[in-house]
Design a protein. Structure first.
Length: 223
């Protein structure tokens, strides 16, 4: 018997239970399934244009930049213009997300590559699972569609966020992730990204790109 099993056996003995009681197991299962929410900040409890404005203000306060698009069809040209305006290489790495791979990239002149980054990519494009308006945060789930390496290795990260995926608070995003994937199929990693990477550890001087991208550009699609 392991130390862990021995501890649980002693706890059950002190409670006078075996751990197999049907009612007790049902209560535990119901508690896990319907866990009560904690305190949710009021700031994100808005809707419509106020929700969008809040997300943009918080994202820009965290040093991200935001561009609003009316349709996904505008993504390729917008990405090309962003790279050109910042004098960046005309290259972009994308995962296997069909919402991005099926766009008309051939009209941009960009060299598009696919799959995880090996650390040599300068620019990457991902599709966010959701956005959190209360803090201007992007939620990205791991997997071949949007590899986690794209979030951290390239110097410039462009992220697409659809208006319908914008939530007011983190609790709503977690509920959506659970509802989308379900038990046993949850993504291995969920990354919450707020602004570009930064650090002020050295002489309290802010340094962008310390542990990841030095630029974070959000393409907010209103469709």
């Amino acid at each position: 018997m392991s130390a862990r099993e021995d501890i649980f056996r002693n706890i059950r003995r002190s409670l006078g239970v075996t751990g197999n009681e049907r009612i007790r197991r049902h209560i535990v299962a119901e508690r896990i399934e319907n866990a009560p929410r904690g305190i949710i900040p009021a700031r994100g409890q808005v809707s419509g244009e106020a929700l969008i404005a809040l997300f943009r203000a918080q994202a820009e306060a965290a040093l991200a930049t935001v561009a609003e698009l009316s349709s996904p069809a505008e993504i390729p040209q917008t990405v090309a213009e962003y790279l050109r305006n910042h004098n960046l290489p005309a290259t972009i790495r994308i995962g296997e997300d069909e919402r991005l791979t099926t766009l008309p990239w051939e009209s941009t002149g960009l060299a598009v590559s696919h799959g995880p980054s090996d650390g040599t990519d300068v620019n990457a494009l991902s599709h966010a699972f959701a956005g959190v308006a209360e803090s201007g945060t992007l939620a990205l789930v791991s997997g071949p569609h949007n590899p986690t390496t794209l979030n951290f290795l390239p110097d410039n990260h462009i992220v697409v966020l659809r208006a319908q995926d914008l939530a007011g608070d983190y609790e709503s995003v977690w509920a959506r992730i659970r509802a989308t994937y379900g038990k046993g199929t949850m993504p291995r990693t969920v990354n919450f990204i707020t602004g570009p990477s930064r650090s002020g550890d050295i002489e309290q001087t802010m340094l962008l790109g310390a542990h990841g991208p030095r630029r974070l550009h959000v393409l907010f699609v209103r469709d």
